[in-house]
Design a binder for this molecule. Structure first.
Ligand SMILES: Cc1cc2nc3c(=O)[nH]c(=O)nc-3n(C[C@H](O)[C@H](O)[C@H](O)COP(=O)(O)OP(=O)(O)OC[C@H]3O[C@@H](n4cnc5c(N)ncnc54)[C@H](O)[C@@H]3O)c2cc1C
Ligand SMILES: NC(=O)c1ccc[n+]([C@@H]2O[C@H](COP(=O)([O-])OP(=O)(O)OC[C@H]3O[C@@H](n4cnc5c(N)ncnc54)[C@H](O)[C@@H]3O)[C@@H](O)[C@H]2O)c1
Length: 458
């Protein structure tokens, strides 16, 4: 049994905790998979590299209505894939090497295997070579993330998740995507832009239904023009058939495809950790229970990121890692995580970005609010793009002008949202934000300026 000052389980955001301030701590890092976790290897970073490439592939088709006749000659899938992972894989390898061998990490022991609790702050690691190691620690950080959920009905066919779909050997002609959330919206955009015939299956009647209803409705309407949307139905079964895979739906229809991508959400990896032995409580969804300082129910055990957060976003995992880092180093002056205004963006086509309350949530909370929208079509840069479907929607307190929620669907939504996140985080009211600064003309942020001015404040 080896004792450590600190054990970190998971090398996604957990890996960023360690720096020179821990140089005289005895630290163990446990990783069962690839160094760097989901975001680097199978999440945010490669997906956005594919999304950017998809936008280039889609551009010729979009040019025609502006009078530019261009043609997509082809997508060299294996070159795209190998360029992206040729950049990412060495980062994961380098991160592993750094922890294993660099002088900065003389105090760090890396265990490559799966950790599970055997007692309070006592862990057993099943190493990849088949052996086990028992370790104890004064402090444990759980940063073990989550994994894709696989629905029933796919027992008899091969299928992909976001973990594997980006490494396909070749681009298929047809793809069925099960799910209508972030992963479905982003990969439907990527693969359809590359020429794949995409079908999306959803249980509910809309895509991105967690978004504000106006955004979800607009996204669904646009998605229907590009992808075969089969909504309000569920997958009941599937079979391998000559030439592909048949997916059967509850409405009695079926779809034939070459590849199935499952995108129905993620579950925390808490079940791999034998948490009851460690005294660590979980919610009914399997998320580790944490207080505002990221402490779990077990003394000396902290958690961060997807294993404990319902947000399942990298910027949240990184923020929580900084909170845990501070609290490990400064136990007498702990800080709290700030989850007031957590933004997100869906990098599909169109992009969607949001922060704060949807109109549905504002109503449910009984808040007094006013709302306003501004179409891209009504701003000069929107004319330049000939955009006819994008808009921003703001919700604000009618008296104070404080923003309650902001929702954007359209080009560069993920960037345009940032000043609104800033305004909400620092309490800047809509009037001051609109008129207390210059807005560059005729740039896209005029969308935000006009949406702010459209708010019917008291
Ligand atoms: C396809 C996709 C796209 C995404 N895009 C975005 C995006 O654009 N923006 C955004 O903000 N977020 C995005 N996310 C979400 C983001 O990737 C996650 O929120 C983030 O990576 C979570 O970080 P984490 O450190 O909590 O967990 P992870 O990065 O998942 O790290 C957990 C690590 O723990 C290891 N582990 C698990 N159990 C054990 C165990 N018992 N013992 C040892 N090791 C263990 C795992 O192998 C893993 O390496 C995306 C996710 C996916 C799937
Ligand atoms: N741009 C980003 O920030 C980004 C991108 C990708 C993923 N992510 C993160 O990863 C998480 C997982 O993404 P996701 O798209 O898998 O989940 P999600 O929660 O966004 O969407 C899952 C969808 O699948 C539906 N669903 C659930 N069970 C189903 C079933 N049996 N059959 C059909 N549909 C079903 C749900 O109703 C939901 O609409 C997200 O919550 C997000 O936080 C973020």
């Amino acid at each position: 049994m080896t004792h450590f000052d600190l054990v970190v389980v998971g090398t996604g955001s957990g890996n960023s905790i360690l720096d020179s301030r821990f140089a005289d701590w005895r630290v163990a890092v446990v990783e069962k998979g690839v160094f760097g976790g989901t975001c680097l290897n199978v999440g945010c970073i490669p997906t956005k590299m594919f999304v950017h490439t998809a936008e280039l592939a889609a551009a010729p088709a979009a040019g025609a209505k502006l009078g530019v006749d261009a043609e997509l000659k082809g997508v060299r899938w294996s070159d795209v894939r190998d360029r992206i992972f040729g950049r990412i894989d060495p980062i994961a390898v380098g991160g592993r090497e750094y922890r294993l061998a660099h002088a900065d990490n003389a105090n760090v022991t890396v265990f490559e295997g799966t950790a599970r609790f055997t007692g309070k702050r006592e862990l057993e690691v099943a190493l990849r070579d088949g052996s086990t190691r028992s370790i104890t620690a004064d402090r444990v950080v759980l940063a073990a993330g989550g994994r894709p959920v696989v629905p029933a009905g796919l027992e008899d066919v091969p299928f992909h998740t976001s973990d594997t779909i980006m490494r396909l050997d070749e681009l298929p002609a047809r793809m069925v995507i099960v799910g209508t959330g972030f992963v479905a919206a982003e990969f439907a955009h990527v693969f359809s832009s590359f020429g794949v015939d995409v079908t999306v299956l959803g249980r509910s009647g809309a895509m991105l239904r967690q978004e504000d209803a106006d955004i979800s409705a607009r996204f669904t309407e646009l998605a229907r023009q590009k992808w075969d949307l089969r909504l309000d139905t569920t997958l009941t079964g599937s079979a391998v058939v000559p030439g592909g895979i048949r997916v059967d739906l509850a409405d009695g229809s079926s779809v034939e495809t070459d590849v199935v991508l499952v995108a129905v959400g993620r579950q925390p990896n808490s079940d791999l950790l034998n948490l009851p032995a460690g005294g660590v409580d979980v919610t009914t969804t399997g998320h580790v229970v944490v207080d505002r300082t990221q402490r779990t129910s077990a003394e000396g055990v902290w958690a961060l990121g997807d294993i404990s957060s319902p947000f399942e976003l990298k910027h949240v995992a990184n923020h929580e890692a900084r909170v845990v880092q501070h609290n490990l180093l400064n136990p007498d002056s702990p800080i709290e995580a700030d989850h007031r205004f957590v933004p997100h963006a869906v990098f599909s086509s169109p992009q969607v970005a949001a922060v704060g309350l949807t109109e549905r949530a504002a109503k449910a909370q009984g808040l007094r609010y006013v709302s306003a929208t501004q179409d891209y079509a009504g701003i000069a840069y929107g004319w330049a793009m000939e955009d006819t479907s994008g808009f921003a929607k703001l919700l604000a307190d009618p008296v104070s002008g404080q923003l309650l929620g902001a929702h954007i669907i359209g080009p560069q939504a993920s960037t345009l949202i940032q000043p609104l996140i800033q305004a909400m985080s620092f309490g800047l009211d809509a009037r001051s934000m609109a008129r207390g600064q210059y807005w560059i003309h005729p740039a896209m942020p005029e969308l935000i300026e006009n949406a702010l001015l459209n708010l019917p404040l008291d």
